[in-house]
Ligand binder design. Structure first.
Ligand code: PRX
Length: 657
């Protein structure tokens, strides 16, 4: 493999020798052997891993069931319990080992051992058992980052309830939509969350969601009182601590089928409302364990820190499940990277001697900026010598940010795992393995062993290395999305489109493989999905929110490159009334931004809104987004606009409010 040829202008960084010698995967030969083993006997490869990494109550006899493709099933006559695999199996040898080190927003530390975690999960699960819930009932979790969020997820897993975590930054409307779509019977929330020195209400959003209507499936709401403030609970509301009081600290796990839905996680697509990505128990757990092991090389004495919130897939796989299933010690942080100052991440690494650190490029870029003007928050002002492996996820990392991370955070000795994956893939699908893969800044390098990932053209034909095209996965893999909750047709059409022959999983990203080494570079989404600060948002979702406002007749949303956030959100709006004068325009911008914040959540608020009498459309009425993207970037329009029905609109839309 001629790695040196990858993106010629870049340098290649080899794994440190001491790390390689002890890593699970020690060199490229070992990496290749794993890939070859998967190629030679695909089912056997995954079957062996599943046997070795998971404790099964009832061993599976079948590995992959393709009868109802693309609704693939893995290990589907096996039985297991995910919570048992994350907690109970460590008790004989590691009951006093710290499972979670929690740092609150205001800097307090709470540690929980595996035994204590077991007791908390069991008590809460026993409490849940009193609530008339059945196997597979859906539970919405709307909690702050913290030990309880993990306890709630693990307790659901323990008794076979299917959780659906909603990120604390989503609005009441978003909660309502998810409750209705999932038919949730229970909501678990807290009175407040603390972020950046502020106390932000959570429970009121749940109240508002229910007031919005349609949430008749909800029978009970569990409220975690974090502030100690008195709060009157309504008839169907239960205090978390009351529920757990007098509950036994042991709870027999409910053994479920490997295909039992462990969770739904809502994510944005290019059309319609967010979709409930359904994951399995066995296959998902397998990849959570295996990737935590090989990508992060997690060992017994590591202190692992993934900064993602449990509201996102990264916080599921690499906070709530992967590190626990391997019996690791992990840090969970409630707050934000910039409070009380932009040195907070480095202070936490130093304080707890984190050895593996996993975050998003957007956080890195924000911290680079902050440290340029304030030496005190620069990573070099902290002792980060405990670190041995770094990771990034969620969006492309630009080579400059990669180099800064490598040199300043990792002191040029820690490999960076640039992990490409998605809510739908369950875990890493393209990533370096730190002991074996030479690194090239800006490339997520090579497929995770066993994942048949490739680049094809628009008809599904293989492309030569060096040619850009569509990223696809050619064979089903254990942790893949099982379906979209309640919408199997949408699942088939979105991910296994007929245009590609119906058998290839379409990731929705463009990619290119280096002509000689085969290293992957991700070129961004090919659909109308934005990536803002590593958060995935559909342009249509924001457009629908805008047009739901009484003032708005039409709206089109596009992304514009942003040097910290990756992309910013630009909305072009046609009002029902005339184009506003400058003063009125500012007022309406503020109103619409707040409106979108309420409809979806603060992360979806447009960064800029511009007004026109119309939108640029072809004669057949199609909005020409290409032009809007150019206008948003203040680029000169060189494209052919002869098919444009109303060219005068372009000048209006160039005007900023
Ligand atoms: O566009 C890709 C981008 O994030 C999308 C998936 O978003 P989500 O389901 O929210 O999951 C994010 C966390 C796994 C992808 O389709 N993406 C994710 N990781 C990378 C990335 N783009 C480039 N490089 C990455 N490492």
């Amino acid at each position: 493999m001629a790695i040196e040829s990858v993106m010629h202008e870049n340098r290649v960084f080899n794994p440190p020798k001491t790390l390689s010698e002890n890593a699970y995967v020690k060199n490229l030969e070992e990496y290749q052997q794993l890939c070859d083993a998967a190629e030679a006997d695909y089912e056997g490869y995954w079957g062996n891993l599943a046997k070795n990494l998971i404790e099964w109550k009832k061993p599976f006899t079948k590995i992959l069931n393709e009868d109802d493709a693309p609704f693939y099933k893995w290990f589907d006559d096996g039985e297991l319990n995910v919570s048992y695999n994350c907690i109970d199996r460590h008790l004989p040898n590691k009951k006093d080992k710290v499972a979670i080190i929690f740092e609150s927003d205001d800097g307090q530390t709470t540690e929980v051992t595996y035994q204590e975690l077991y007791e908390k999960v069991c008590q809460f699960a026993n409490g849940l058992k009193t609530l008339n819930l059945n196997l597979g009932d859906r539970v919405i979790i709307y909690l702050p980052m913290g030990i309880e969020a993990v306890v709630a997820m693990q307790a659901c897993a323990r008794i076979g309830l299917t959780h659906s975590v909603v990120f604390g930054g989503f609005s009441a409307k978003s909660i309502q939509e998810r409750v209705i779509d999932a038919g949730a019977k229970l909501i678990i929330t807290a009175d407040y969350q603390n972020r950046g020195g502020k106390e932000l209400p959570l429970k009121t959003a749940v109240d508002d969601a229910i007031l919005l209507g349609g949430c008749d499936s909800v029978e009970k709401v569990i409220v975690l009182n974090r502030t100690g403030k008195e709060a009157a609970l309504k008839e169907n509301e239960i205090d978390w601590h009351e529920l757990c009081k007098n509950q036994k600290e042991e709870c027999e796990p409910v053994w479920v089928n490997a295909e039992h839905p462990l969770f739904l996680l809502y994510t944005s697509g290019s059309t319609g409302k967010p979709k409930g990505v359904q994951h399995s128990s066995g296959g998902y757990l397998l990849h959570a364990i295996n990737t935590t092991k090989w990508t992060f090389d997690l060992k017994d004495d590591d202190i692992f820190w993934c900064t993602a919130d449990v509201g996102w897939i990264t916080g599921h796989t690499y906070v709530a499940y992967g590190p626990l299933a391997l019996g690791g010690t992990q840090i969970i942080f409630e707050g934000v990277p910039t409070f009380p100052n932009a040195g907070r991440f480095w202070e936490i690494v130093q304080k707890y001697k984190a050895t593996i650190f996993y975050t998003a490029p957007t956080a890195i870029r924000a911290l680079i900026k902050a440290s340029e003007s304030d030496e005190a928050v620069h990573p070099k002002s902290f002792n980060l010598s405990s670190l041995r492996i770094l990771g990034t996820v969620g969006e492309p990392i630009n080579p400059e940010a990669w180099m800064w991370y490598y040199e300043n955070v990792g002191s040029s000795k820690c490999p960076i795992a640039d992990t490409f994956w998605q809510t739908e893939t369950g875990g890493h699908v393209i990533t370096p393995l730190p002991g074996s893969t030479p690194l090239v800044p800006g490339s997520c390098t090579l497929p995770f062993p066993g994942i048949a990932i490739d680049v094809v053209d628009e008809t599904g034909q293989n492309l030569e290395w060096g040619q850009g095209g569509l990223l696809v996965i050619k064979k089903p893999w254990p942790s893949m999305i099982r379906t979209i909750w309640g919408d199997p047709e949408r699942f088939k059409n979105s991910y296994f489109p007929n245009e590609l022959g119906g058998k290839l999983y379409l990731a929705g990203d463009g990619a290119v493989r280096d002509a000689e080494s085969g290293y992957f570079t991700i070129m961004g989404r090919i659909d109308d999905v934005l990536n803002v600060s590593g958060h995935r948002l559909g342009t249509m979702e924001i457009e629908s929110a805008l047009v739901a406002n009484d003032l708005v007749a039409e709206a089109a949303v596009v992304g514009r490159p942003h040097d910290v956030k990756g992309e910013s959100i630009i909305a072009f709006v046609v009002l029902k009334s005339d184009r506003p004068n400058p003063e009125k325009a500012t007022e309406i911008v503020n109103e619409l931004r707040a409106w979108v914040g309420n409809e979806i959540g603060p992360i979806a608020k447009p960064d800029e809104i511009r007004f026109g009498d119309n939108l640029p459309k072809t004669r057949s009425g199609k909005i020409m987004r290409r032009l809007l993207r150019s206008i948003a970037k203040d680029e000169e329009i060189t494209a052919d606009i002869s098919t444009l029905e109303n060219p005068a609109i372009l000048d209006q839309l160039k005007q900023k409010v």
